[in-house]
Design a binder for this molecule. Structure first.
Ligand SMILES: Nc1ncnc2c1ncn2[C@@H]1O[C@H](COP(=O)(O)OP(=O)(O)OP(=O)(O)O)[C@@H](O)[C@H]1O
Ligand SMILES: [Mg+2]
Length: 255
C-alpha cells in the first residue's frame, strides 16, 4: 500500500494513466527492457526477483522506480545499468543491445555512457572531493589538467567549489552526495542511474540534491532513472514505475 499526499496523488494520476511502456517514439528511447526475468541462486535456493519486466524510458526523462523493500528495484536498476546480467530478456541502452555485449565491451559502454550514483556514495576516502571526480574522468581517458578543470567546474555547479580539497570524512552527508552527483555527471554521460540518492539525507538536503540532479540532468539532456522510497520526489518525475514482488504494477494502490 502506498500512501501519498494529495498533490502527489494528482501528479501520479497523470503518470499512471500511461502504461509501463512510456509513450516514447522509436528513436527517442534511452532505455528499453524487454521481458526481463531474474532468478538468483540454484536448486532449493532459487529465488525469482524479477518477472517479465517490459519498460521504456524516453531520452531526457526522469523516471522513478518505486516499490516496497525487496520488490526488486536495485536488481532491475543493476540490470538496466549493465551491472547484472538478467536470466532472460534484453536491454537496449541508447540504441545498443547491451545484453549481447562481452564483459569488456559492456564495461567500456558503462564507463562512457552511464553515471551511477550509489546509495553509499562510494567515494574514495583517501581522495579529496576534486580527486574523486578527477579519477572518474581519468578512467574515461581525460588527461590530468582538463580532468582537474572539469572536476572544479562540476564541484562549482553543485555548490561545492570551496570544498574541492576536502576529504569525504570532512564533508556532510549532503555534501558527499553532491560530490557523488558531480562525479556521476563527469564526462557528460547520456544516462544517470541513481539508487536511493536521498536515502541518507534529511528532507532539506534530500530536496536540494534532487533539485540539483533534475536541473543538471535537464540542462545536459541526460536521462535519469532513479530508485527511491521517497514519495516526495514524485513531483519532479516525468514517469513513475512501481514494482511489487518483482512485477511491474499497472495501477499502484493509493491509500
Ligand atoms: N545476489 C542475490 N542473491 C539472492 N537473492 C538476491 C540477491 N540480490 C537480491 N536478492 C533478492 O531479490 C529481491 C529483490 O532485491 P532488491 O535488492 O532488488 O530489492 P529492493 O527493491 O532494491 O529493496 P530495498 O528497497 O530494500 O533496497 C530480494 O528478495 C533480495 O533478497
Ligand atoms: Mg535496493
Amino acid at each position: 500500500m502506498i500512501s501519498l499526499p494529495l498533490s502527489q496523488r494528482r501528479r501520479l494520476s497523470k503518470t499512471r494513466s500511461t502504461s509501463h511502456l512510456a509513450q516514447a517514439s522509436e528513436g527517442n528511447r534511452a532505455i528499453v527492457a524487454r521481458d526481463i526475468n531474474m532468478v538468483f541462486g540454484e536448486g532449493a535456493q532459487q529465488f525469482q526477483a524479477l518477472y517479465n519486466i517490459d519498460l521504456e524510458v524516453a531520452r531526457g526523462d526522469i523516471q522513478l522506480l518505486m516499490g516496497p523493500s525487496g520488490s526488486g528495484k536495485t536488481t532491475l536498476l543493476s540490470i538496466l545499468g549493465g551491472i547484472l546480467h538478467p536470466t532472460s530478456g534484453e536491454v537496449q541502452l541508447l540504441g545498443q543491445t547491451v545484453t549481447n555485449l562481452s564483459r569488456k565491451q559492456l564495461s567500456a559502454f558503462r564507463l562512457h555512457s552511464i553515471g551511477f550514483i550509489f546509495q553509499g556514495f562510494n567515494l574514495f576516502p583517501a581522495l579529496t572531493a576534486a580527486e574523486n571526480i578527477e579519477l572518474a574522468l581519468k578512467l574515461k581517458g581525460v588527461k590530468k589538467r582538463p580532468a582537474h578543470w572539469e572536476a572544479m567546474m562540476l564541484l562549482d555547479q553543485v555548490g561545492l567549489g570551496d570544498r574541492a580539497h576536502h576529504l569525504p570524512k570532512d564533508l556532510s552527508g549532503g555534501q558527499k552526495q553532491r560530490v557523488a552527483i558531480a562525479r556521476a555527471l563527469a564526462g557528460n554521460p547520456a544516462l544517470i542511474m541513481a539508487d536511493e540518492p536521498t536515502a541518507a539525507l534529511d528532507s532539506h538536503s534530500g530536496h536540494a540534491v534532487i533539485d540539483l540532479l533534475r536541473t543538471l540532468a535537464k540542462d545536459k539532456g541526460c536521462t535519469v532513472l532513479m530508485v527511491t522510497h521517497d514519495p516526495r520526489i514524485i513531483d519532479i518525475a516525468d514517469h513513475v514505475t512501481y514494482l511489487e514482488d518483482g512485477r511491474l504494477q499497472a495501477h499502484p494502490t493509493l491509500a
